[in-house]
Design a protein around this ligand. Structure first.
Ligand code: URP
Ligand code: ZN
Ligand code: ZN
Length: 519
């Protein structure tokens, strides 16, 4: 029996079809020291001790999934999300995801760096797979303090700069909703986008009009609509689409690349699609929930069922939404998938039993994202296996500057690998999932596409339903600024689209009744 250290060091995956975003090829994969060393036919590494062999015949060998959007143990809306960094990342690897990117979110007026440190100290001892952190910008200040003879910048900008330079953060999320809590106004968005652009970071937005939501919620409650359906009714699609358009306009004004998190509606997806067709550098992230289920659940007669689907932006009652979003994901209008995994159990959701505005927002997804996308995307015939890899890992790795270390199976890449059985099926259920909450929004969904084994940095951490992983084995992954996939285009645009002043002779006529010459 190899020791854990040896098992981590040498691994041979035999006979599978290696699937990257651009090519599928039948090949063996040899891994040593956490990294892919060889990809090719009939590899025969020295059969010395400690070589673990996985048979992948008739299976796909794909890069481990990257979930771009999670909230583990997030203190939010009077509660704390149920999945912590241990249960959340364990569930992730059971589902074929080997890296998550969570969000460090400071309160208004509080330090971004402290939020980052807090989140990191929560995650480090618990993570079962690699992770990284986006940081939220929830307020803005340009205040400069001149005390002690030098300029002390109480500047969010300085914190962002330091996070990029010292902590490996290359993405910042701005909320256009959650009025008085996290929401920033247009001027603050402008400042934050300008700063992201300067630093080579990716600006992310939660795109919903927070003012309209606040008004809409008051209206619903006044009408006596207190149940979960009020959550959707107070923020219809156009509330999401308007904010999406506004964010794109502001980002474009400063030539900042924009990433729209949790795209939930047809309207918002269309706005992104149009912007991309106009050449704007914008990426849309639908999530497992918006691709796999819909907002008709808010009208379910069982309050607990309806409340379990409450998240922001909400799922949409138009049942054609998931299929539409999947079409756009397949054709390239939408780029990448996350989950917004932010789980609350029924007791936590019950904080809002008399008032939908108090239901903690969030749903599951980190375990089921890969299977849901395979089922609704590939098994349905909308995308091929390569596009599946692109939208579940490669594009995320490219946008967040992790590529080709992550999101690819090639010599030199991290050995984050999943053996995927496209023909096996599993039925999603809260009874069998590994997440901490007692409800699953995909309950009963039969999915083709099952992760048979998950390899994290060369170690088989999950195989056939059995885990071999301990808390804290995952690592924090730094992400350098200026991802070429994003910023080469930004630079290119800059070179050709700088306005220049019109050359004209000086004006010599009258100014306010006086001749310029006389002055
Ligand atoms: O409902 C949601 N989305 N909860 C998590 C916070 C956020 O907006 O991403
Ligand atoms: Zn959000
Ligand atoms: Zn979120």
């Amino acid at each position: 029996m190899p020791s854990q250290k040896q098992a981590r060091q040498r691994l041979l995956i035999k006979g599978g079809k290696v699937v990257n975003d651009d090519l599928s090829v039948v090949a063996d994969v040899y891994v040593e020291d956490e990294v892919v060393q060889q990809v090719g036919p009939n590899l025969k590494p020295e059969p010395s001790t400690g070589l673990v062999v996985l048979d992948a015949t008739d299976k796909l060998v794909i890069p481990g999934g990257i979930d771009t959007h999670t909230h583990m143990e997030f203190p939010f809306m009077g509660s704390r999300s149920k999945d912590d960094f241990y249960t959340g990342t364990k569930a992730a690897i059971a589902g074929g995801t080997t890296m998550i990117i969570d969000f460090a979110i400071p309160q208004k007026g509080c330090s971004l760096t402290e939020a980052f440190d807090t989140w990191k100290s929560r995650a480090d001892p618990k993570v079962c797979c690699d992770y990284s952190l986006h940081v939220a910008v929830t307020w803005w200040s340009n205040e400069v303090d001149n005390r002690a003879g030098f300029q002390f910048h109480k500047l969010v900008k300085k914190e962002m700069e330091s996070l990029v330079q010292n902590k490996g953060v290359n993405s910042f999320k701005m909320f256009m909703a959650y009025k008085d809590i996290y929401m920033v106004n247009d001027e603050e968005l402008y400042e934050a986008f300008s700063c992201c652009k300067e630093l080579g970071a990716v600006a992310q937005v939660h795109a919903e009009n927070g003012e309209l939501i606040a008004q809409g919620a008051k209206k619903m409650l006044a009408m006596g609509i207190t149940g979960p359906e009020g959550h959707e009714l107070c923020r219809p699609e156009e509330v999401e689409a308007e904010a999406t358009q506004r964010a794109i306009t502001i980002a474009n004004a400063v030539n900042c690349p924009l990433y729209v998190v949790h795209v939930m509606s047809r309207s918002s997806a269309k706005v992104i699609s149009n912007a991309r067709r106009e050449g704007k550098v914008v990426y849309g992230e639908p999530i497992a929930a918006s691709l796999g289920t819909d907002g008709t659940n808010y009208w379910n007669k069982d309050w607990a069922h309806a409340a379990a689907y409450v998240m922001g932006p909400p799922l949409r009652p138009d049942p054609s939404t998931p299929g539409f979003l999947m079409n756009l994901l397949a054709n390239g209008d939408l780029s990448v998938t996350g989950t917004d995994n932010c789980t609350f159990d029924i007791c936590q959701k019950a904080l809002g039993k008399d008032d939908f505005t108090k239901i903690p927002n969030g749903v599951n997804g980190v375990e089921d994202r890969m299977s849901v996308i395979w089922e609704k995307g590939v098994h349905s015939g909308k995308m091929d296996e390569n596009r599946f890899v692109a939208v579940t890992s490669t594009n995320a790795a490219k946008i967040f500057n992790l590529y080709p270390k992550k999101g690819r199976i090639a010599v030199g890449s991290d050995a984050d690998i999943v053996i995927w059985d496209p023909n096996a099926t599993r039925t999603i259920s809260a009874k069998t999932h590994h997440q901490a909450n007692n409800f699953n929004i995909f309950e009963g969904m039969v999915c083709h596409g099952v992760p048979v084994a998950t390899v994290s940095r060369g170690k088989v951490v999950y195989e056939g339903g059995v885990f071999n992983v301990t808390a804290g084995e995952g690592k924090y992954v730094s992400r350098p600024p200026f991802p070429p996939y994003v910023y080469k285009r930004v630079r290119q645009r800059e070179q050709v689209s700088q306005p220049v002043p019109v050359k004209r002779a000086p004006y010599t006529g009258m100014v306010s009744g006086t001749s310029v010459m006389q002055k």
